[in-house]
Design a protein around this ligand. Structure first.
Ligand code: GAP
Length: 511
């Protein structure tokens, strides 16, 4: 479960985007800042409502960002619902009956223990304060002491012994980084769900929640989907959509947002077979990433040691972001917890009748509540993984020995926002007409971009900066022999091909 925050609350002003000015940045931080600036400058990601100084941890996707995001979503949807005959999709509402969240445990448990410093008014997640202290002990060579501190913290968190946790902060002389004091409030649980009112008359209005995960929309529709799509266990239900969490401190750009999008799939299996399917999805999901062209060495699995009460196994697929390895996707074996709880709270049976014959008894497996393996990935986090992996500030040595620089996004061709740029060398001599004809023959199949303005080198650089894998230049020779120059983004090599081959080359790369 990815819930929680990484840094101190920034108070009332945190609703507005903090100014990114740090005196000294590490090369990784510099690179990350450059990626954020590039994302804005080239129309990928903008701070939300920027003209009002933005809204912290909320972002808008621009013309190229929304294309890239859609392409990642489509790639996921296609691999789930088209490449697996036993997975179907749904599109459930964001608002759900409030009992859903009582049954799922979110009302009571989807919270983090937080503490405020009375002098600075800053709010912190308690485990992060203690972890930071452990890090400083380790850095000072006191590794054993750090381990003991973390073990004690785990114990107290598990027991929800907040008084002892607060004492631990005092004993360890943990202070607020802003005020420098240890003038702490008591520790309280802070629920991460946003609530709102349904109904126009205040007295009659019901509190409802903005969903903090899309998964529950799948669980409550389990039987609707199973019956209408005539699915047999094992089968899956996939969904993409918005989720909302009131992250106390959200930073690291689109890594941790208050409004974000998830791509989740719940795979319903016969009880007792869940570990087999857990292993299957663990590998299948990693393959999904590498088959897209993401580098295998930037991925690793992180098994959860402390399991949530409903899980019998769980792991994160971590990716090496510019700020280190962090969770990108979760694979969770959720047992029959969710369906059982919904059966209990709704008083509606959530059983499935399995008429396959159990070889051990010679009889049908009969009625049971299926177990569930969940795969859950944040679309925005995947976007950030793709963007940060793609970004390169490249030094180029030209044939004449002179040097140049370019910023290029090596986005995998199949998800690149624009696949082909069509560039007539000049605005006259019939070249635009040929270019427009090529544009018209390709734009129904994939996203193309047409441009006549500026020198060709400048136009290439602009396409590099948004990650367009192919540029085609129409010049005077095209009129003679119907050939064009096709330029490949990554190698920057160029070759002449017949104009009729262009579509085929692009289609081959994005298939
Ligand atoms: N249904 C299971 C679930 O929601 P999770 O680990 O809490 O599990 C799944 O979230 C994924 O959603 C994470 O791996 C992450 O990619 C993404 N995610 C979670 N919180 C996020 C946030 N505040 N901002 C962006 N993405 C987030």
């Amino acid at each position: 479960m990815d819930k929680g925050v990484k840094a101190p609350f920034l108070g009332r002003m945190a609703y507005f985007c903090p100014v990114m000015s740090k005196p000294t940045l590490t090369p990784q931080e510099n690179n990350f800042q450059a990626i954020i600036s590039h994302a804005k400058e080239y129309g990928f990601v903008f701070p939300s409502s920027e003209i009002y100084d933005g809204l912290s941890a909320v972002y808008d996707y621009g013309p190229y960002g929304s294309e890239l995001k859609k392409n990642i979503r489509d790639y996921w949807w296609h691999s789930m619902t088209q490449m697996h005959e036993n997975i179907v999709g749904i599109d459930a509402a964001i608002f759900m009956h409030p009992t859903t969240w009582k049954a799922s445990g979110h009302v009571d448990n989807f919270s983090d223990p937080m503490i405020d410093n009375k002098d600075s008014q800053k709010r912190y997640r308690v485990d992060h304060l203690i972890e930071a202290k452990a890090d400083s002990l380790r850095a000072a060579g006191a590794g054993a002491e750090a381990d003991a501190l973390l073990a004690q913290m785990d114990q107290l968190l598990a027991a929800e012994n907040f008084e002892a946790l607060k004492n631990l902060l005092t004993e360890q002389k943990i202070t607020c980084t802003v005020s420098g004091t240890s003038n702490w409030t008591d520790i309280r649980q802070f629920n991460l769900m946003f609530d709102t009112q349904l109904g126009s008359v205040a007295e009659d209005a019901n509190t409802i929640y903005l969903r903090p995960e899309t998964a529950q929309g799948i669980f409550v529709n389990f039987l609707n989907v199973q019956k209408t799509a005539r699915m047999k266990v094992p089968f899956g239900i996939a969904q993409t959509g918005k989720a909302f969490r009131n992250e106390i401190v959200a930073r690291q750009f689109i890594f941790r947002m208050r409004e974000f999008e998830q791509m989740e799939m719940q795979f319903f299996v016969r009880p007792g077979t869940q570990m087999k399917w857990y292993e299957y999805w663990k590998e299948a999901r990693l393959n999904w990433h590498t088959q897209l062209g993401m580098p295998a060495h930037k991925y690793r699995f992180h098994d959860h040691v402390k399991l949530a009460h409903y899980a019998d196994a769980a792991l994160d697929i971590e990716f090496e972001f510019p700020f280190g390895f962090k969770e990108l996707e979760g694979i969770h074996s959720r047992t029959d917890f969710d369906l059982t709880r919904h059966q209990e709270f709704s008083k509606k049976k959530q059983q499935y009748f399995d008429n396959d014959i159990d070889e051990a008894t010679g009889k049908p497996y009969g009625n049971y509540i299926p177990y569930v393996i969940e795969t859950s990935i944040g679309l925005d986090r995947m976007f950030l993984a793709v963007l940060s992996n793609a970004y390169e500030e490249e030094k180029i040595t030209k044939e004449d020995g002179s040097t140049d620089e370019r910023v290029v996004l090596h986005i995998p061709a199949k998800i690149a926002p624009v696949k082909l740029a069509i560039l007539p060398l000049v605005k006259k001599d019939g070249l635009p007409e040929i270019a427009r004809e090529l544009m018209d023959s390709c734009k129904g199949q994939f996203k193309c971009f047409y441009e006549e303005k500026d020198a060709i080198g400048k136009r290439y650089r602009r396409q590099d900066a948004i990650g367009t894998p192919f540029c085609v230049t129409i010049d005077h020779q095209t009129k003679e022999d119907q050939t064009v120059t096709i330029r490949y983004r990554d190698a920057m090599t160029q070759e002449r091909v017949h104009i009729s081959k262009v579509k085929e080359i692009v289609m081959g790369a994005i298939a």
